[in-house]
Write a protein that binds this ligand. Structure first.
Ligand SMILES: NC(=O)c1ccc[n+]([C@@H]2O[C@H](COP(=O)([O-])OP(=O)(O)OC[C@H]3O[C@@H](n4cnc5c(N)ncnc54)[C@H](OP(=O)(O)O)[C@@H]3O)[C@@H](O)[C@H]2O)c1
Length: 242
């Protein structure tokens, strides 16, 4: 099979869905509005966005698909930005003694299971006869091969699990949805609520604004094709070791 040429965002026609309206999610919605005039962009999240969607709830996923599904077709682009690093009763662990079962479960529910169960819920809406991108925000700290610092047990492991789950999905869709492209993306350290407590040591030139992160991520997504489905890439398009 000869490789399919990547098409530009400006050529995509249909619907786009951004899940998670945090710093990067909102910037993606704004950027898509400008760069992809042929896409009607929808947003969904547990607290913000056009529609309510909690990836940790099967009922919420089912209700979203039942209510919004007919309006989302053809779905050409899904970007899942849902992620959880810290919150009430949840802090990245510095050492083993700080590991808590409840925190591991919460982190896995959002960071690992969420994107896969989103894919499962949306699968019936995905076109068979047109290209579709399913991109999920992962994190470089989820790389096992690149783990040199340790710490952050729950978040690292949940992102590593997300990578494995979505890589497995990409292989299944190669057979069942050959025009689908699954991509795992590291946005780079970006100035959002998620990174806010942890970025004091990041030099300004390595801290992206959400707008810059969104622009870079869309450029990477745009360059992917079904043949490259299942890749784990950084904001500059460079592969990250698993
Ligand atoms: N910022 C960085 O430096 C950085 C670095 C590496 C990777 N990432 C990854 O990039 C992604 C976006 O992060 P961000 O920086 O934009 O963080 P953010 O501003 O905290 O946004 C995270 C989003 O995840 C959503 N979310 C949380 N739980 C959810 C659930 N159960 N169902 C659906 N959505 C849920 C939140 O929704 P609500 O707002 O409605 O609660 C929020 O919109 C995350 O996956 C993160 O792990 C970020």
């Amino acid at each position: 099979m000869s490789p399919s040429p990547a098409s530009t965002l400006s050529q995509w026609v249909g619907h786009g869905l951004v899940v998670g309206l945090g710093g990067i999610g909102q910037a993606l919605v704004d950027a898509l509005g400008k760069q992809a005039p042929g896409l009607e962009v929808h947003s969904a999240g547990p607290h913000r966005g056009d529609h309510r969607l909690d990836l940790c709830s099967d009922a919420s996923l089912a209700a979203f698909v039942a209510e919004q599904g007919p309006r989302l077709q053809p779905l050409r682009l899904v970007v899942c930005t849902a992620g959880l690093l810290h919150g009430e009763d949840l802090q990245p662990e510095k050492r083993l003694a700080q590991v808590r079962r409840q925190a591991l479960e919460r982190s896995f529910a959002v960071n690992a299971f969420g994107p896969l169960l989103l894919a499962q819920a949306l699968e019936p809406l995905l076109p068979r006869d047109q290209p579709v991108h399913f991109a999920c925000l992962s994190a470089r700290v989820g790389s096992i091969g690149d783990n040199r610092l340790g710490g952050w047990y729950a978040y690292r492991a949940a992102k590593a699990a997300q990578n494995q789950l979505l890589r497995t999905l990409a292989l299944e869709w190669r057979r069942r949805l050959p025009l689908a492209t699954v991509t795992l993306l590291h946005p780079g350290t970006t100035a959002t609520g998620l990174s806010q407590p942890f970025r004091s040591g990041v030099p300004p030139e390595r801290l992206f604004s959400p707008e810059r992160a969104a622009r870079q991520l869309l450029q990477v997504i745009e360059g992917q094709t079904p043949e490259s489905s299942g890749a784990f890439l950084a904001w500059d398009g460079q592969p990250i070791p698993w």
